[in-house]
Ligand binder design. Structure first.
Ligand code: UDP
Length: 316
């Protein structure tokens, strides 16, 4: 069994990853500063003697902090920490950039000290508003470096660049996963992402706020499948390689709204609201590379939404 560090361990994907690794019997140390999460989900894990939590901002040096908790070296580091969510593109813009620069540098230095293997969760946002579909990993994207979305887009791109430097210069065993839209249990109850937002609206019998005409598309991956993919890339992915991870079943946002109304059996209608100018039209990954490693999406959207709905109802 291995000792594993997870940055952003209290976040939506982080908590799901902690839970899975603990179930497999690993020792898990999670770091988070709760900038976009709370200790709600972490509390559920603290009863496990193999789990430890450190409240820490990773833009501050973390090596000393980690040294104090003692123990053997980390074998694996999953670097997930970064504020996300469209409203935070303005609210936490600076924090996004600093987490992706100073934070990633601190994590990579720690990985060098521990000779740890690293997996960095980048994002489909590195492709910006893509002009090529499906997006393959060698597509270099369409990003406005000074646009509203740039703190996240350019932040993730900078992290990717820095990781490749550590791979080339120090032979660090690091891989990059570009995460596409993901949904599921343990998301913050006020999360701005479209799936939890529509679910909350539908459960409250309030109109679902579709932006524009809802013709923009996304693909949605259930978080359990995503976590399986992260473990697989950590195990089988090649050093310095980039892997898209998510669903390749494209859906228009208007159709997602209708599906959520159906799944929740809600009386809600749909209201059309202004679509931000920076919203991306289409996001659709090529999954060839990760599928070659043996990954498959297992959970169909409707099934995953039902599972997520059950979680939303019980966690209220
Ligand atoms: N969206 C919407 N209504 C909402 C929230 C989001 O129509 O209340 C749309 C938004 O325009 C975008 C998509 O849903 O095209 C996904 O938005 P989200 O905030 O989940 O993340 P993004 O994929 O844009 O990063």
């Amino acid at each position: 069994m291995s000792r594993i560090l997870i940055t952003g361990g209290a976040g939506f994907i982080g908590v799901n990853l902690c839970k899975k690794l603990l179930r497999q019997g690993h020792e898990v140390i999670a770091v988070d500063n709760f900038i976009t999460s709370t200790d709600n989900n972490i509390k559920l894990l603290l009863s496990n003697s193999k789990f430890r939590f450190i409240k820490q901002d990773i833009t501050k040096p973390i090596s000393n902090f980690i040294r104090r908790i003692g123990g053997s070296n980390f074998k694996y580091i999953y670097h997930l920490a970064c504020p996300t969510g469209v409203p935070n593109l303005i609210k936490l813009a600076k924090e996004m950039l600093l987490t992706c620069s100073l934070g990633t540098r601190n994590v990579l230095e720690l990985a060098r000290i521990h000779s740890a293997k690293v997996l960095f969760t980048s994002s489909s946002e590195v492709y910006g508003d893509p002009q090529a579909s499906p997006q393959t990993e060698d597509y270099t994207g369409n990003v406005d470096p000074v646009g509203i979305r740039s703190p996240y887009e350019e932040g993730k791109r900078f992290s990717e660049s820095l990781i490749q430097v550590y791979v080339r210069k120090y032979n660090l065993k690091a891989k990059i996963v570009r995460v596409f839209n993901t949904y599921g249990s343990y998301v913050a109850l006020n999360d701005s992402r479209v799936v939890p937002r529509f679910l909350r609206q539908a459960l409250g019998n309030k109109p679902l706020t579709v932006e524009g005409k809802g013709l923009q598309t996304r693909t949605f991956c259930y978080v359990d499948d995503l976590v399986d993919g992260l473990l697989l890339v950590m195990k089988k992915g090649k050093k310095g390689e980039v892997y898209n991870l998510g669903s390749d079943k494209e859906i228009r946002i208007i159709d997602l709204a209708k599906l959520i109304i159906k799944v929740t059996r809600s009386k809600s209608g749909i209201v059309f609201v202004e679509r931000p100018a920076h919203d991306h039209k289409r996001r659709f990954p090529s999954l060839e590379k990760v599928e070659k490693l043996g990954w498959r999406q297992k959970t169909a959207l409707e099934k995953g939404l039902q599972k997520t709905l059950r979680w939303h109802i019980t966690s209220k």
